[in-house]
Design a protein around this ligand. Structure first.
Ligand code: CO
Length: 136
């Protein structure tokens, strides 16, 4: 069987201060932000830095009770999730569910950049929060 995962879409890093993180990537690596977006439904603001065909996604909460806000309060800054690109998010999510793994999103939903996404519960995946990303 061919892998359902086609690329790393992004590696997400939770930070307290988005501007400081953006400035650090620019200063240290000369890396520029190619996209910024507030995802109100998730309570986050993101800044994407392109690395080849993938991104580093710097994430900061827009409210304390958002999932990323709670994550920062509990664990502090650092790696938050890994996002794999898939051709069809619904097909990939169905395969995950068929395997018996626990999911966070029961159905695909809109992500940033006009993508379709679904999260797999970290309990199912060796304590790594995984996001499936379909580009539309
Ligand atoms: Co993500």
């Amino acid at each position: 069987m061919d892998s359902l995962l086609t690329e790393i879409d992004h590696v997400a890093i939770a930070v307290y201060d988005l501007e400081a993180a953006i400035a650090w990537y620019a200063e240290v690596f000369g890396a520029d932000v190619v996209h910024r977006e507030i995802v109100a439904s998730d309570g986050v603001e993101e800044a994407l830095i392109r690395v080849a065909d993938s991104y580093v996604q710097l994430l900061t909460p827009t409210r304390e009770d958002s999932p990323v806000g709670k994550y920062l309060a509990a664990k502090g800054e650092g790696l938050h999730h890994v996002a794999y690109r898939v051709v069809d998010c619904a097909v990939a999510l169905a395969a995950v569910k068929a395997s018996g793994a626990r999911v966070i999103d029961d159905a695909p939903r809109p992500g940033s950049r006009n993508t379709t996404v679904a999260f797999i519960h970290p309990k199912a995946s060796f304590s790594t929060l995984i996001e499936l990303v379909q580009e539309n």
